[in-house]
Design a protein around this ligand. Sequence first.
Ligand code: NAP
Length: 245
Amino acid sequence: MGESKVAIVTGSARGIGKAIAMKFAKDGYDVVISDILQDVAEQTAKEIEELGQKALVIVADVSKAEDAERLINETVNAFGRLDVLVNNAGITRDNLAIRMKENEWDMVLNINLKGTFLCSQAAAKYMMKKRTGRIVNIASVSGILGTAGQANYASSKAGVIALTKALARELGPRNITVNAVAPGYIITEMTEKLPDKVKEEYLSQIPLKRGGTPEDVANVVAFLASDAASYVTGTTLIVSGGLVM
Ligand code: NAP
């Protein structure tokens, strides 16, 4: 058996990030679980080791440049390689625009958009030297629709989609692909917080008549990271049961 490929998934202690990390482990990757929640991340790492792959926990806040750089450096030092970066860490701080506090805007933009930029920049420096790599960014249909009550979140995710394209253009000549996945209504702790009325409203608009699972998103991320997607770059793949098409 050859050496395993290595994937970093940010914000992977729980939710969609955890499902992505588990899918990579099932596909034979060693995985870096990166999050701000150490205890929960350790638990996820244990579940990955039970699948027979190596798991390394790196506590890092993606919105801080020094953490983003340390994340990449510690990964390369530990495993000697980095094949895939998944920028999944993300938060919501929903509010109507006229009521939105400056810090609600800043926090969401700093983690969702700046964090994706900082981690991609640090990873790209390594991947460019290797002349190979995959970056997959988790956007959202909110970044396409401009969802009311989410001026900060929608702007951050629209930014992630544009950042994906700019990076795809810059890194393509070095054989690095950069793609985004835009999930719709996925059942996680993030969406559990939504009012019942909003959940019903989403379901009524989804042709497939169910909320998505974290695994529905993880499967598509795994595809974009795989050799099967070697000629796909700069795209945003929508995983929304048809909510957005
Ligand atoms: P989640 O359950 O809240 O998981 C997000 C993880 O990221 C949490 O473990 C969180 O830790 C961590 N995190 C937060 N801030 C961080 C930071 N600065 N640095 C590193 N890690 C950080 O959310 P989710 O639903 O799985 O969402 C994952 C991604 O999918 C996000 O980018 C989200 O925007 C996107 N998405 C989700 C949905 C959906 O329906 N759920 C739809 C579209 C897009 P804490 O718990 O401590 O904050």
